[in-house]
Design a protein around this ligand. Structure first.
Ligand SMILES: *Cc1c(COP(=O)(O)O)cnc(C)c1O
Length: 384
């Protein structure tokens, strides 16, 4: 049997071979393996690679390398932003506003802050997954020290109105953190135009390596940020630890490719997503989850009421995809994101997330359509 078709790009992407080549240059004794903190030539060469990558990563989001902190990925960036800002501000206030549909890497640090005496307000999305900026504004209080709202949701792909949210926060001088792990490198995102104070993103969702990400911190918020890691004082003391030159070089290469190719790629991927939806939309009782136009191109979330998601997934042997967020797949709980949109538990459990990317072809989508049609019709036929 041939290898299954990969439709799980929202969980992770393969490293682009052009990125892999740049990573490989920074590993062995023939390459740029030095410690960027060293003062000799090996260190200098490593620093140059990091500066080059920093320019590419910063340019992709419209900022400067000095405003980035390298982290191990969006999970760490979210933790640094949320725990760092909140703990730094605890004498001024202990209230945070976020949403019900954030990634666990936002919700769990918020839960930790609750244990540390903070109060968290969770704003609900509407049935399409949109968060009303007015509802966020209404949740703000005199003691609110942080707002954290994601850009693109990882399960349904819905995009939030960051410009309006940012304006609301700016007017009250409350820092806004945005988890942009699913949108950076896929859609234009320009921090010269957007009033965002902190922004998390990661390389492995954009054809770079796993284990490297960044947190953008607006200059005037830097002093208020408490570090999570202490040690050698690298990165102005905000995140100690020897910089992983190969990972950062790979992240930079991935961002260069995204800058050059993402506009054309987004159009191509959106067309494939539409082809997939058109091919399955007439199946009995199917419904698409999340706003159909305010979304990233690569994610299609569909419920198949009356069909058990587990059985459907098991029957789709030629496809590799997730029933929900990859991070939740250990538990068979229904997706809290779909539940927040008003889906009942059985419907949420009947849902699949198809996510497409750089290497998805029309031929693969056609195979996926036939497989889904076959399995959904078969499961409806055997249903009690
Ligand atoms: C993948 C993802 C994360 C976690 O990123 P890692 O780099 O894997 O830690 C956080 N938030 C969102 C929205 C994601 O999609």
């Amino acid at each position: 049997m041939p290898a299954p078709i990969y439709l799980d790009y929202a969980a992770t992407t393969p490293v682009d071979v052009r990125v892999a080549a740049r990573i490989a240059e920074c590993l062995t004794s023939e390459g740029v393996f030095g410690n960027p903190a060293s003062l000799h030539g090996f260190g200098r060469a490593a620093r140059a690679r990091i500066e080059q990558a920093g320019e590419a990563v910063a340019a992709l989001i419209g900022t400067e390398p000095a405003d980035l902190v390298w982290t191990s990925g969006a999970t760490e960036s979210n933790n640094l932003a949320i725990l760092g800002v909140a703990r730094g501000a605890r004498e001024r206030g202990r209230h945070i506003v976020t949403s019900r549909i954030e990634h666990k890497a936002v919700l769990d640090p918020c839960r930790q802050l609750q244990r540390e005496g903070f109060q968290i307000s969770y704003v609900d999305p509407d049935r399409d997954g949109l968060i009303d900026p007015a509802a966020v504004a209404a949740a703000l209080r005199a003691d609110t020290v942080l707002v954290s709202i994601m850009h693109a949701n990882n399960e349904i792909g819905v995009l939030q109105d960051i410009a309006t949210l940012g304006a609301e926060c700016l007017a009250r001088d409350i820092p806004l953190h945005v988890d942009a792990a699913q949108s950076v490198g896929k859609l234009p995102l320009d921090l010269r135009q957007l009033p965002v104070d902190l922004l998390s993103f990661t390389a492995h969702k954009i054809y770079g390596p796993k284990g490297i990400g960044a947190l953008y911190v607006k200059r005037r918020r830097r002093a208020g940020l408490q570090p999570l890691l202490f040690g050698g004082g690298q990165q102005r003391g905000l995140r100690s630890g020897t910089l992983p030159v190969h990972q950062i070089a790979g992240f930079g290469a991935a961002c260069e490719l995204a800058a050059a190719e993402s506009a054309a790629e987004a159009a191509r991927i959106a067309a494939l997503r539409d082809r997939l939806w058109t091919g399955i939309a007439d199946l009995p009782r199917v419904r698409r989850n999340g706003h159909a136009s305010r979304c990233v191109p690569g994610i299609l979330n569909v419920s198949f009421p009356g069909v058990e998601g587990e059985s459907l997934l098991a029957g789709l042997i030629e496809l590799a995809l997730s029933s929900s967020a990859a991070c939740n797949s250990d538990s068979d709980e229904a997706s809290y994101v779909l539940r927040a949109l008003g889906c009942d538990t059985p419907t949420a459990q009947s849902s699949l997330r198809f996510s497409l990317g750089r290497f998805t072809t029309a031929a693969e989508i056609d195979i996926a359509i036939s497989a889904v049609r076959r399995e959904v019709l078969r499961l409806h036929a055997v249903a009690p």
